[in-house]
Design a protein around this ligand. Structure first.
Ligand code: ATP
Length: 345
């Protein structure tokens, strides 16, 4: 991959808080890239450094071969879309979008043409004369995006772009944002703490934890081949079992033999302490085989899936199970849990 945007050893502390602890990343041109991590992991600080609102204590930021580390925000070919959208309430949609171009001193005819084009692209031409308060949340979000892309930045940074929207609109906007990014071809770096959002939109995701990059990969690779415990847990959730590695999986003093395999044979040696991670959706209930037995603690139904927590004697935390469809078990019921060897990592 040829890097378009490169971060190399970026560090930033605030007093004795290390927000970024040596972050190195490469993003390709035209990529939809997500910075994902829990609150406080440093993702906003990283985005602000890319925008030029914050300077790293050490390390460099390079865009298209140019060292941007000390270049002021307004001289960068980079635009940041804020979480709050920051629209001007007294200006119409089209004037909000045109604002940045006027400030750049572009000729009127060009502004009209570019604003018209962007309004069409984001599907807001019929609402061009409205003010922000006359729009839905999803429409306001599109105005903010239109305002960002009309300036034709080489890099667009988005800080939790969909967090103000309700769940349904959010899902629609995720799809829309991804399509828009492919159409306009601008490199997007989006910050989110929502793993589903990052997975549904991004080509690649950097998972951040305590100011450091845990793993950078496609959504499929992060889910299928997590390289750290943090990633295994943060992406998709996991049940972890500790014990000793055996040929067929793991031997646990309290739980017995648990089937499992690893895609990275060099990481685990037979006879050594190991941890087995099993995805909640890989566990089946009462299918004839039994790896573990337990009692249902809690059942919740999320429309498409049921989430079941099972107490297993000898295991400190409830084992989580996700199944398609409505729940087929009830609290207090005794259940057998099983999974195939190939399913565990
Ligand atoms: P959130 O999702 O909650 O916004 P985040 O992952 O974006 O979190 P940052 O905002 O980058 O995290 O913050 C990383 C760490 O740096 C946190 O511990 C935060 O308290 C600290 N921090 C960030 N900015 C400042 C600042 N201006 N002054 C002092 N500490 C700061």
């Amino acid at each position: 991959m040829t890097a378009f945007l490169s971060l190399d050893g970026v560090r930033r502390s605030f007093g004795d808080v290390t927000a970024l602890d040596g972050v190195s990343l490469d993003v390709a041109e035209g990529e939809f890239f997500a910075l994902l991590g829990p609150s406080g992991c440093g993702k906003t600080t990283l985005l602000r450094i890319l925008a030029g609102f914050e300077t790293p204590d050490s390390g460099t930021v390079t865009l298209a071969g140019e060292d941007l580390t000390r270049v002021p925000a307004h001289q960068r070919p980079v635009n940041l879309m804020f979480q709050s959208y920051a629209l001007f309430p007294h200006l119409s949609v089209e004037k909000n979008i045109a604002y940045g171009l006027h400030r750049e001193g572009l000729p009127k005819a060009e502004i009209t043409q570019r604003v018209g084009e962007v309004l069409e692209r984001v599907g807001l031409a019929p609402a061009a004369k409205r003010r922000p308060h006359q729009l839905s949340g999803g429409q306001r979000q599109r105005v903010a995006l239109a305002r960002a892309i009309v300036k034709r930045p080489r890099l667009l940074l988005l800080d939790e772009p969909l967090s103000a929207l309700d769940r349904k609109v959010r899902a629609e906007m995720q799809l829309w944002l991804k399509q828009l990014q492919h159409e306009v071809g601008i490199t997007f770096v989006v910050v989110t703490h929502d793993q589903e959002e990052a997975m549904s939109m991004a080509d690649r995701i950097a998972v951040l934890h305590q100011g450091a990059v845990e793993q950078v990969d496609s959504p499929v690779a992060l889910y299928g081949a997590p390289r750290t415990w943090f990633v295994a847990d943060f992406i998709g959730g996991n049940n972890f079992f500790s014990g000793t590695a055996t040929e067929a999986g793991l031997s646990s003093e309290a739980l017995g033999q648990l089937p499992g395999t690893t895609s990275d044979q060099s990481a685990v040696s037979v006879g050594e302490p190991a941890v087995l991670a099993v995805r909640p959706e890989q566990i089946t209930l009462n299918d004839g085989d039994s790896v573990l037995s337990g009692t249902v603690l809690d059942v919740s139904f999320y429309g498409g899936t049921s989430r079941i927590a099972v107490e297993v004697p000898g295991h400190g935390t409830p084992v989580l199970v996700h199944r398609h469809g409505a729940p087929v078990v009830v609290p207090q019921q005794a259940v057998d849990l099983s999974w195939g060897t190939a399913d565990a990592v």
